[in-house]
Design a protein. Structure first.
Length: 269
Protein backbone atom coordinates (compact mmCIF):
# COMPACT_ATOMS: atom_id res chain seq x y z
CA UNK A 1 0.00 0.00 0.00
CA UNK A 2 1.71 3.17 -1.21
CA UNK A 3 1.64 6.55 0.46
CA UNK A 4 -0.43 9.12 -1.37
CA UNK A 5 1.59 11.98 -2.86
CA UNK A 6 0.91 15.04 -5.00
CA UNK A 7 2.60 18.16 -6.31
CA UNK A 8 1.50 21.42 -7.89
CA UNK A 9 2.74 24.88 -8.88
CA UNK A 10 0.83 28.11 -8.25
CA UNK A 11 1.77 31.53 -6.82
CA UNK A 12 -1.14 31.29 -4.35
CA UNK A 13 -0.18 28.73 -1.71
CA UNK A 14 -3.83 27.99 -0.96
CA UNK A 15 -4.54 27.17 -4.59
CA UNK A 16 -1.43 24.97 -4.76
CA UNK A 17 -2.69 23.07 -1.71
CA UNK A 18 -6.12 22.60 -3.28
CA UNK A 19 -4.54 21.25 -6.46
CA UNK A 20 -2.59 18.74 -4.40
CA UNK A 21 -5.64 17.75 -2.37
CA UNK A 22 -7.53 17.00 -5.59
CA UNK A 23 -4.75 14.63 -6.67
CA UNK A 24 -4.71 12.94 -3.26
CA UNK A 25 -8.46 12.44 -3.38
CA UNK A 26 -8.25 10.89 -6.83
CA UNK A 27 -5.57 8.47 -5.64
CA UNK A 28 -7.66 7.48 -2.62
CA UNK A 29 -10.58 6.68 -4.92
CA UNK A 30 -8.78 4.69 -7.56
CA UNK A 31 -5.40 3.39 -6.37
CA UNK A 32 -4.22 0.95 -3.66
CA UNK A 33 -2.95 3.62 -1.30
CA UNK A 34 -2.96 3.86 2.47
CA UNK A 35 -6.00 5.28 4.21
CA UNK A 36 -6.39 7.15 7.51
CA UNK A 37 -3.09 9.04 7.20
CA UNK A 38 -1.61 10.30 10.45
CA UNK A 39 1.67 11.89 9.28
CA UNK A 40 2.15 14.38 6.47
CA UNK A 41 5.25 15.53 4.63
CA UNK A 42 5.35 18.87 2.79
CA UNK A 43 8.14 20.56 0.84
CA UNK A 44 7.77 23.85 -1.00
CA UNK A 45 9.98 26.22 -2.97
CA UNK A 46 11.18 29.44 -1.42
CA UNK A 47 8.68 31.42 -3.49
CA UNK A 48 5.99 30.07 -1.13
CA UNK A 49 8.03 30.50 2.05
CA UNK A 50 6.10 33.60 3.13
CA UNK A 51 2.86 31.59 2.88
CA UNK A 52 4.14 28.67 4.97
CA UNK A 53 1.77 29.25 7.89
CA UNK A 54 -1.25 29.43 5.59
CA UNK A 55 -0.19 26.31 3.69
CA UNK A 56 0.32 24.29 6.85
CA UNK A 57 -2.94 25.42 8.43
CA UNK A 58 -4.89 24.54 5.29
CA UNK A 59 -3.25 21.11 5.01
CA UNK A 60 -4.14 20.31 8.61
CA UNK A 61 -7.71 21.50 8.17
CA UNK A 62 -8.45 19.75 4.89
CA UNK A 63 -6.69 16.43 5.57
CA UNK A 64 -7.41 16.05 9.29
CA UNK A 65 -3.72 15.19 9.80
CA UNK A 66 -2.24 17.12 12.70
CA UNK A 67 1.38 15.97 12.47
CA UNK A 68 3.46 17.43 9.63
CA UNK A 69 7.16 17.69 8.83
CA UNK A 70 8.99 19.29 5.92
CA UNK A 71 10.98 22.32 4.78
CA UNK A 72 11.34 25.07 2.22
CA UNK A 73 13.97 24.69 -0.50
CA UNK A 74 15.41 26.27 -3.62
CA UNK A 75 13.77 23.55 -5.71
CA UNK A 76 11.30 20.69 -5.25
CA UNK A 77 11.41 17.32 -7.02
CA UNK A 78 8.38 15.05 -7.09
CA UNK A 79 7.47 12.00 -9.18
CA UNK A 80 9.35 12.98 -12.32
CA UNK A 81 8.70 16.71 -11.95
CA UNK A 82 11.16 19.38 -10.89
CA UNK A 83 10.18 22.88 -9.83
CA UNK A 84 12.91 25.54 -9.85
CA UNK A 85 12.46 29.31 -9.51
CA UNK A 86 8.68 29.00 -9.32
CA UNK A 87 6.15 28.66 -6.48
CA UNK A 88 5.41 24.96 -6.00
CA UNK A 89 4.93 22.35 -3.31
CA UNK A 90 4.92 18.58 -2.88
CA UNK A 91 2.81 16.72 -0.33
CA UNK A 92 2.84 13.11 0.89
CA UNK A 93 0.49 11.40 3.36
CA UNK A 94 1.53 8.31 5.30
CA UNK A 95 -0.02 5.96 7.80
CA UNK A 96 2.02 4.63 10.72
CA UNK A 97 1.12 2.60 13.77
CA UNK A 98 0.13 4.82 16.70
CA UNK A 99 3.14 5.52 18.91
CA UNK A 100 5.64 4.54 16.19
CA UNK A 101 6.63 8.12 15.39
CA UNK A 102 7.16 11.38 17.25
CA UNK A 103 7.54 14.81 15.64
CA UNK A 104 10.32 16.78 17.33
CA UNK A 105 11.86 20.27 17.35
CA UNK A 106 13.46 22.62 19.83
CA UNK A 107 10.04 22.90 21.46
CA UNK A 108 9.10 19.19 21.22
CA UNK A 109 11.57 16.69 22.64
CA UNK A 110 11.85 13.23 21.08
CA UNK A 111 11.56 10.11 23.24
CA UNK A 112 14.67 9.39 25.29
CA UNK A 113 17.02 6.60 24.22
CA UNK A 114 15.93 3.29 25.66
CA UNK A 115 12.24 4.24 25.69
CA UNK A 116 9.97 1.41 24.51
CA UNK A 117 6.68 1.59 22.65
CA UNK A 118 3.59 -0.43 23.56
CA UNK A 119 4.88 -3.06 21.11
CA UNK A 120 8.23 -3.26 22.98
CA UNK A 121 10.19 -1.67 20.12
CA UNK A 122 12.73 1.11 20.49
CA UNK A 123 10.79 4.40 20.43
CA UNK A 124 13.80 6.50 19.36
CA UNK A 125 15.54 4.37 16.76
CA UNK A 126 16.10 6.58 13.72
CA UNK A 127 14.96 9.98 12.46
CA UNK A 128 14.15 12.10 9.44
CA UNK A 129 15.80 15.44 10.15
CA UNK A 130 15.50 18.86 8.51
CA UNK A 131 18.08 21.48 9.43
CA UNK A 132 18.34 25.23 9.06
CA UNK A 133 21.72 25.82 7.34
CA UNK A 134 22.08 29.13 9.22
CA UNK A 135 21.84 27.47 12.65
CA UNK A 136 24.99 28.12 14.76
CA UNK A 137 27.01 25.00 15.49
CA UNK A 138 25.04 22.88 13.04
CA UNK A 139 27.52 19.95 12.84
CA UNK A 140 27.39 19.63 16.61
CA UNK A 141 23.59 19.70 16.58
CA UNK A 142 23.51 16.85 14.06
CA UNK A 143 25.97 14.78 16.10
CA UNK A 144 23.97 15.43 19.26
CA UNK A 145 20.78 14.30 17.53
CA UNK A 146 22.44 11.09 16.38
CA UNK A 147 23.46 10.34 19.97
CA UNK A 148 19.80 10.57 20.98
CA UNK A 149 18.87 7.62 18.75
CA UNK A 150 19.34 3.97 19.61
CA UNK A 151 20.63 3.26 16.10
CA UNK A 152 22.71 6.46 15.89
CA UNK A 153 21.36 6.81 12.35
CA UNK A 154 19.47 9.72 10.85
CA UNK A 155 18.57 10.84 7.34
CA UNK A 156 17.31 14.10 5.90
CA UNK A 157 18.89 17.31 4.69
CA UNK A 158 19.19 21.07 4.82
CA UNK A 159 16.47 23.53 4.05
CA UNK A 160 17.69 26.00 1.43
CA UNK A 161 16.99 29.23 -0.41
CA UNK A 162 18.31 32.70 -1.16
CA UNK A 163 16.77 33.96 2.07
CA UNK A 164 16.43 32.33 5.48
CA UNK A 165 14.50 29.07 4.94
CA UNK A 166 11.92 27.50 7.21
CA UNK A 167 11.26 23.97 8.44
CA UNK A 168 8.02 22.28 9.44
CA UNK A 169 7.46 20.25 12.61
CA UNK A 170 3.74 20.59 13.37
CA UNK A 171 4.32 24.33 12.98
CA UNK A 172 6.54 26.67 10.95
CA UNK A 173 10.01 26.97 12.48
CA UNK A 174 13.22 28.90 11.93
CA UNK A 175 16.60 27.70 13.16
CA UNK A 176 17.92 24.45 14.58
CA UNK A 177 16.84 20.90 13.80
CA UNK A 178 13.39 19.40 13.50
CA UNK A 179 11.76 16.34 12.01
CA UNK A 180 10.29 13.03 13.08
CA UNK A 181 11.72 10.14 15.12
CA UNK A 182 10.66 6.63 14.15
CA UNK A 183 10.45 3.48 16.25
CA UNK A 184 12.52 0.42 15.37
CA UNK A 185 9.54 -1.48 13.99
CA UNK A 186 9.00 1.08 11.20
CA UNK A 187 10.69 -0.35 8.08
CA UNK A 188 12.68 2.37 6.33
CA UNK A 189 14.73 2.38 3.13
CA UNK A 190 17.03 5.36 2.56
CA UNK A 191 18.89 6.40 -0.58
CA UNK A 192 21.81 8.77 -1.00
CA UNK A 193 20.86 11.31 -3.66
CA UNK A 194 23.71 13.76 -3.12
CA UNK A 195 27.00 13.38 -1.35
CA UNK A 196 30.75 13.89 -1.31
CA UNK A 197 33.82 12.75 0.56
CA UNK A 198 37.21 14.40 1.13
CA UNK A 199 40.15 13.43 -1.04
CA UNK A 200 42.91 11.71 0.95
CA UNK A 201 45.78 14.13 1.56
CA UNK A 202 43.82 17.19 0.47
CA UNK A 203 44.26 20.46 2.31
CA UNK A 204 42.08 23.41 3.21
CA UNK A 205 41.74 25.88 0.35
CA UNK A 206 40.28 29.34 -0.11
CA UNK A 207 37.66 30.07 -2.77
CA UNK A 208 38.99 33.07 -4.69
CA UNK A 209 36.65 33.07 -7.67
CA UNK A 210 33.21 31.86 -8.59
CA UNK A 211 29.81 32.63 -10.01
CA UNK A 212 26.61 31.51 -8.32
CA UNK A 213 27.25 27.87 -7.31
CA UNK A 214 30.26 27.40 -9.65
CA UNK A 215 33.77 27.63 -8.16
CA UNK A 216 36.28 28.83 -10.76
CA UNK A 217 39.31 29.67 -8.64
CA UNK A 218 40.92 28.21 -5.53
CA UNK A 219 43.90 29.92 -3.86
CA UNK A 220 44.02 32.33 -6.84
CA UNK A 221 44.54 29.46 -9.26
CA UNK A 222 42.34 27.43 -11.58
CA UNK A 223 39.99 25.33 -9.49
CA UNK A 224 40.43 22.24 -11.68
CA UNK A 225 44.20 22.38 -11.23
CA UNK A 226 43.69 22.42 -7.45
CA UNK A 227 41.42 19.38 -7.76
CA UNK A 228 44.06 17.50 -9.74
CA UNK A 229 46.73 18.42 -7.21
CA UNK A 230 44.64 17.28 -4.27
CA UNK A 231 43.80 14.08 -6.14
CA UNK A 232 47.52 13.31 -6.50
CA UNK A 233 47.85 14.23 -10.17
CA UNK A 234 50.92 16.41 -10.75
CA UNK A 235 50.60 17.24 -14.46
CA UNK A 236 48.22 19.93 -15.59
CA UNK A 237 45.25 18.68 -17.57
CA UNK A 238 42.53 20.34 -19.62
CA UNK A 239 39.40 21.24 -17.73
CA UNK A 240 36.65 18.59 -17.98
CA UNK A 241 34.01 19.11 -20.62
CA UNK A 242 30.33 18.31 -20.57
CA UNK A 243 30.91 15.15 -22.61
CA UNK A 244 33.05 13.65 -19.86
CA UNK A 245 36.55 14.40 -21.20
CA UNK A 246 39.00 14.82 -18.35
CA UNK A 247 37.62 11.77 -16.54
CA UNK A 248 40.76 9.81 -17.43
CA UNK A 249 42.83 12.30 -15.44
CA UNK A 250 41.19 11.35 -12.16
CA UNK A 251 42.56 8.60 -9.90
CA UNK A 252 41.17 5.26 -11.03
CA UNK A 253 40.08 4.27 -7.54
CA UNK A 254 37.83 7.33 -7.42
CA UNK A 255 36.41 6.60 -10.88
CA UNK A 256 35.89 2.94 -9.97
CA UNK A 257 34.11 3.88 -6.75
CA UNK A 258 31.80 6.22 -8.68
CA UNK A 259 31.05 3.56 -11.30
CA UNK A 260 30.30 1.01 -8.60
CA UNK A 261 27.82 3.37 -6.96
CA UNK A 262 26.14 4.05 -10.29
CA UNK A 263 25.80 0.35 -11.11
CA UNK A 264 24.50 -0.69 -7.68
CA UNK A 265 20.95 -2.08 -7.86
CA UNK A 266 18.32 0.42 -6.81
CA UNK A 267 15.39 -0.26 -4.56
CA UNK A 268 12.23 1.76 -4.44
CA UNK A 269 11.71 3.64 -1.20
Amino acid sequence: MRFRCAHAAHPDGGVAVELCLAQLAAQAAGEPTQRRANLGFVYFTEELRAQADTILALLKLRTGVSNWVGASASAVCASGAEYVDEPALAVMLGRFEPGSFNVFSGAQRPPARGTRTDRASSAAYTALVHADPLAPGLPGLVEDMARKLDSGSLVGGLASGREAPVTIADRVLRGGLSGVVFASDVPLVSRLTQGCHPLPGSRRRTITGGQDNLITSLDHGRAFDALLQDAGIVDRAPAPRANGQGREALPQEIVADFDLRQEAPRRDE
